[in-house]
Design a protein around this ligand. Sequence first.
Ligand SMILES: *Cc1c(COP(=O)(O)O)cnc(C)c1O
Length: 219
Amino acid sequence: MSLSEITAQIRAAEKRYDRAPGSVELIAVSKVQPNERVQDVLEQGHTVFGENRVQEAAGKWPEFKDQFKDISVHLIGPLQTNKARQAFDLFDVIHSLDRPKLAQTFARLAQETGACPDLFVQVNTGEEEQKAGIHPKDADAFVAECRRLDLPIKGLMCIPPVDEEASLHFALLAKIANRNGLSGLSMGMSGDFEKAISFGATHVRVGSAIFGQRAYELG
Ligand SMILES: *Cc1c(COP(=O)(O)O)cnc(C)c1O
């Protein structure tokens, strides 16, 4: 696979599922990939990237952002509260707002800095113990709380359980977003982004299908 093939598949899926042309954004997930591969995708003109660790992103994106124009970097992995300030500086969008403490910290940082990355609330649609995210039954109250804190909530994000049919999770996330008046849906990865688009994904997070297999998996 390549960037152009994935982009073509996204455009075709938009058409097939009656989605507006260009309504699905491709986040190229560059975590763990060697810089040459990332550079190659940057040189093809792609501007939207995803990382799941603050430290790793800090090691490559400030330089790439100097080198290439209009890059936006999305945090798609869990964020410790003590790294929130660094994340504010590094990322244009954060998809892993997953607890009240982090929302309060973001609100304080937004006040202090006068700016805030766009935010997605991560929902643990599978209610998995080891996975981050707000449980579906608590999502409405959490979104309301974030709005009360004036946080720029753009949508919801989920990572379906590996051993379950992803469609159920995509549908659930879309339902929760809809009843909360949220238009953004961050869902779908290399193996299921077309399916996610059929359920309304606005942001698909695709790594290995663009860059190739990662040399190792993050825990
Ligand atoms: C790694 C990762 C992806 C991309 O996974 P691929 O299967 O390589 O496309 C998407 N979302 C999150 C949260 C990830 O950590």
